[in-house]
Write a protein that binds this ligand. Structure first.
Ligand code: UDP
Ligand code: MG
Length: 316
């Protein structure tokens, strides 16, 4: 099989860190070339509104391996990775953040393991997170716990999108038509031989996180909705339980009325409590069902997952 690899780098407003990332990626590219690989560095500019594109444009003039895809607006990290994999023309691909939190110099080793072990995916697994806030670490830990409980497949813990993938994984990934992609979940779902590669996640080199709480929640939401129908099953059992409780209570009320150990007027408090409890529960239930319907609505529209701004794409 031909030895070639595309390194996919999603970038959103990364002007502060890009010069540094480009030079480390070029170093990695040279190392890979030394062992006989053809390398494409595919930057996906996710609708940045800073100097990200200009920096990439200049770099592409100097380095022949640099190619750039640009979106017409910000479509999000997952869409950027998807575009990268869609445009990958090589047998292997690597996915890495632009902020150097995932060390690019690990890519050759990960690729080596992938080929040697005949695996389809070697994914980075963080055994330490440096420079991330307590909130981020705690929320991440709980996120994985709840997600794994909720989802129908096992999603490895502390795994981001940093990974090297082989030809089958690329081909299968490109067959997915869903729009709300949760890339790491889908990659795990693909199967084949997958190997965890432990590494220390560094602090972001420069610039701020491009994942504010809003985007984190959206990612969490799509991972739940797309990987699990457990929330639906959960509310179904909750509904069943409440019906059971209400039957018991109805029997008590009826029987009490007949025998005369309850007083009909004294039930007001009970009524208020039951009414508000069950109407709250119904609203939650409708809300959860609504989330799934919203997901279906998005999918049915079948819009593109991203739109390229062709004048800002550099393909060689
Ligand atoms: N990113 C992107 N589009 C977005 C948000 C982020 O392409 O809408 C990119 C970003 O440039 C970076 C990667 O996704 O390369 C991870 O983002 P970030 O480092 O901000 O996330 P964190 O590491 O803080 O979770
Ligand atoms: Mg980061």
């Amino acid at each position: 099989m031909k030895k070639d690899i595309t390194i996919i780098i999603p970038c959103y407003n990364e002007q502060d860190v890009l010069p540094l990332s480009i030079s480390s990626l070029i170093d990695v590219s040279n190392k890979l070339k030394n062992i006989g690989y053809e390398v494409v560095l595919l930057f996906v500019n996710d609708g940045s509104n800073d100097r990200t594109f200009d920096i990439l444009f200049e770099a592409a003039k100097i380095y022949s391996e640099i190619q750039v895809l640009s979106f017409s607006r910000n479509f999000g990290h997952q869409a950027a990775i998807t575009a990268g994999v869609n445009f990958c023309r090589t047998n292997y691909a690597a996915i890495i953040d632009a902020d150097l939190q995932d060390p690019p110099e690990l890519i050759p080793d990960m690729l080596h393991i992938l080929v040697k072990e005949n695996a389809e995916i070697v994914f980075g697994q963080r055994n330490k997170r440096k420079g991330e806030s307590l909130f981020k670490r705690l929320s991440a830990r709980w996120f994985y716990k709840v997600l794994n409980y909720m989802s129908e497949i096992e999603l490895p813990k502390d795994v981001g999108d940093f990974r090297v993938i082989g030809p089958n994984a690329i081909r299968q990934f490109n067959k997915f038509t869903e729009h709300g992609k949760y890339v790491r979940g889908l990659m795990s779902w693909i199967g084949y031989k997958q190997i965890a590669y432990k590494y220390v996640r560094e602090a972001r080199m420069s610039g701020d996180t491009k994942y504010p709480l809003r985007k984190m929640l959206r990612l969490a939401m799509s991972s739940f909705l797309y990987f699990s129908t457990k929330p639906l099953k959960f509310i179904l059992s909750l509904g069943g339980l409440s019906v059971l409780v209400s039957i018991v209570y109805a029997l008590y009320a009826l029987f009490g009325k007949m025998v005369g150990f309850t007083d009909a007027v004294s039930g007001w408090t009970t009524l208020v409590i039951l009414l508000s409890f069950f109407s709250g529960m119904q609203m939650i239930t409708i809300g959860v069902v609504g989330l799934y319907i919203g997901g279906i609505f998005d999918e049915v529209k079948g819009r593109s997952e991203y739109i390229l701004s062709e004048d800002k794409c550099i393909c060689k």
